[in-house]
Design a protein around this ligand. Structure first.
Ligand code: SF4
Length: 347
């Protein structure tokens, strides 16, 4: 069952409560470069990204957010470290949310100055605790890392609550998967706010997707997580794609057609690796709730994939096409994908 949390608006996207788990990413362009940043955001939006975070390193970047915001339609989160003036400028530039740790920006009057701008505009703030940057007094304490992370987050939360500000979202990220899971499980019981989940510094595409799937899969299956980012040392489009695959695998959200394919074995007599890859690429833009199967043989293929809307069981240089397990055509190997796509178009 989904954990109950308060609901926030990040621009026009609802986060928390019973809102769908939203998918977010972060631009990897220089925020000063408005053209490149807008281009990347639009590509991400096309891929299904629903919220985008931008690093704000200086005043010029905070000002650039105004023009970037004007040119894109998904909500923008300004990522601020330490300098409260950048947070205020980002708010004035029209961002939809901030990522900022109030305990890291100095005296209380600086936090108050940010809240004075954020509150009337209903701009939520994400508190983001990373295992690698805990306050020294906490880092030195003899307690498990996940508990330290939770305590660090609660300190930031208290600062905002004391200012009567509750448009809060929290993330607790570590590169170690199980530490991250335990940290979220701990904080989930202690605060009513929505949680942004992710495994930080998860690694390059392959390892990063595996680690994120393992960690976020556990959390999502426990009902924890209201918005998510898969962090990869790779093109951010891959982050969005991986996030949807995780949600789809858990039957939480489905965005496009789902491909199932067999691993192949000694029975396979066609190039199933190529066929499955081609089909996967073709399905990238098929936004239908259907299941498509590419199977390597006619012995097990149709049976294994009988719940697919359409599938192929390959033979020697040919394929038997079926719908819901019922054969409807036999075609040559190079006609398998085009013919299946024709049928998918009709579904
Ligand atoms: S569907 Fe056929 S080819 Fe594919 S793994 Fe199973 S037995 Fe092997």
């Amino acid at each position: 069952m989904r954990r109950q949390s308060k609901q926030l608006h990040i621009g026009n996207v609802l986060v928390g409560g019973d809102a769908p788990v939203s998918v977010q990413s972060m631009t990897k362009t220089d925020t000063h470069n408005i053209e490149a940043t807008v281009r990347q955001i639009k590509e991400l939006e096309d891929a299904g990204c629903e919220i985008i975070r931008l690093a704000v390193l200086d005043e010029e970047a905070a000002v650039a957010l105004h023009e970037i915001k004007r040119q894109v339609s998904i909500p923008i989160v300004a990522d601020i470290h330490f300098d409260y003036r950048l947070a205020i400028q980002a708010i004035k530039s029209g961002v939809d949310a901030l990522r900022l740790n109030p305990g890291n920006i100095g005296s209380n009057d600086r936090v108050e100055a940010v809240i004075r701008e954020a509150k009337p505009r209903e701009i939520p703030i994400r508190i983001g605790v990373n295992a690698g940057s805990l306050p020294k007094d906490l880092a030195d304490q003899d307690m498990p890392l996940h508990e330290k992370m939770s305590v660090a987050a609660l300190r930031h939360v208290k600062i905002l609550e004391d200012l009567d500000f509750d448009l809060i979202k929290v993330s607790l990220k570590a590169s170690d998967v199980l530490t991250t899971v335990k940290a979220y499980e701990t904080i989930a019981k202690q605060i009513p706010y929505p949680l942004h989940i992710g495994i930080t510094e998860a690694g390059t595409e392959y390892c990063g997707v595996v680690r994120s799937s393992a960690g976020l899969g556990i959390l999502l299956n426990e009902g924890i997580g209201d918005t998510m980012r898969v962090s990869l040392t790779a093109d951010p489009l891959k982050e969005v794609k991986a996030a949807y695959e995780i949600l789809d695998a858990l039957n939480i959200r489905s965005r496009k057609a789902k491909l199932i394919s067999c691993p192949t074995c000694g029975r396979t007599q066609a190039n199933v690796f190529r066929l499955a890859k081609e089909m996967e690429e073709a399905l990238e833009t098929v936004y239908k709730p259907i299941k498509v199967a590419v199977m390597g043989c006619a012995v097990n293929g149709p049976g294994e994939a009988k719940d697919a809307d359409i599938g192929v069981a390959c033979g020697k240089g040919m394929g038997i096409l079926f719908k819901h397990g019922v054969e409807f055509a036999t075609v040559k190997e190079d006609e398998i994908i085009p013919r299946m796509l024709e049928e998918i178009e009709r579904l």
